[in-house]
Design a protein around this ligand. Structure first.
Ligand SMILES: C[S@@+](CC[C@H](N)C(=O)[O-])C[C@H]1O[C@@H](n2cnc3c(N)ncnc32)[C@H](O)[C@@H]1O
Length: 280
């Protein structure tokens, strides 16, 4: 399915923003690479947010990137296969252009929006919470785009297989495994998304760096969000492993009670920086 529930994307914002504080060193490196490529700052930069959804990710990148590139003219492009989400995004990012396409079609779709031979380091591809919902073909298309245009890519908040719940419960690993299976449906990369990007970039002989940006959910502060998060995880896990339904619902009831006063959940994410400025 393409397109995420709008209220889920809205509910995630404070947790994504907090997690992306841990991504700032990678954002600094990306900004430095763009500055090094054009020290005068006179060449316009194009930033393309992939899987932009309702624009929350692009808003974060804009807020944090703009002060790191003072005076630079930046053209924002939002790409997603789900047109209704992009319509919402443009209500908040009115000056951004949008492209409705699957990411497998990115090189062709961008060709109409970018100069044929742009200077190296004048294209930045970004995303948040997207690599895990892509296929290897999508990742190849992103890398092809980066190497063709000698751009920089900063891909944040890709879910990994790791989550840690405190206190632990014997069924935690089994549910994590069923959830991971669900994320791999229809050929998606799931928890391998970040690693797949790193591996594919290295195969293209492109420089990479990576980092972590976990969500930290704590009772009693985050009771409501934790409950929603766990409920959605359980629904996905049961879809992948229906035989777990009874045990999973019992687990959820226990966890929902603990979420009021004692449950802490860490959800790990992988961040990837790809620098393809010297890739031709
Ligand atoms: C979890 S949402 C993240 C949205 C946004 N980046 C954010 O952080 O709020 C994933 C987004 O990726 C889009 N998406 C998933 N697979 C895609 C594909 N193959 N091509 C283009 N967009 C895709 C979905 O439509 C959805 O908007």
């Amino acid at each position: 399915m393409i397109g995420a529930a709008q209220d889920w994307l809205e509910a995630r914002v404070p947790f994504d923003d907090a997690a992306r504080q841990q991504s700032l060193p990678l954002l600094d490196r990306a900004a430095q690479a763009l500055l090094d490529a054009d020290p005068t700052g006179r060449t316009p930069l194009t930033v393309v947010d992939l899987g932009a959804g309702t624009g929350k990710s692009a808003a974060w990148f804009r807020q944090h990137l703009t002060p790191r590139l003072p005076g630079r003219s930046i053209h924002w492009l939002l790409v997603d296969a789900h047109e209704p989400s992009l319509e919402i995004a443009t209500q908040h990012l009115a000056d951004a252009d949008t492209i409705v396409t699957r990411l497998s079609g990115l090189p062709t779709a961008l060709a109409n929006h970018l100069p044929e031979h742009p200077a190296p380091g004048t294209l930045l591809l970004t995303c948040s919470a997207v690599l895990d919902v892509l296929t290897q073909g999508d990742v190849e298309a992103i890398l092809t785009t980066l190497t063709t245009y000698q751009g920089v890519g900063l891909f944040l908040l890709s879910i990994t297989a790791d989550w840690h719940l405190e206190p632990a419960h014997p069924r935690d690993p089994e549910l994590a495994e069923a959830f991971a299976d669900h994320q791999r449906r229809d050929g998606k990369l799931g928890a391998e998304g970040g690693q797949a990007m790193l591996r594919t970039a290295r195969e293209h002989a492109v420089q990479t760096t990576h980092g972590n940006s976990a969500w930290h959910l704590s009772a009693p502060r985050d009771t409501e969000f934790t409950r929603r998060f766990l409920t959605e995880r359980v629904a996905a896990a049961v879809e992948a492993a229906p035989e777990l339904e009874d045990a999973a619902l019992e687990w959820l009831e226990t966890r929902n009670q603990q979420a009021t006063d004692q449950l802490n959940v860490t959800v790990d994410h992988c961040d990837v920086l790809v620098d393809a400025r010297r890739s031709r």
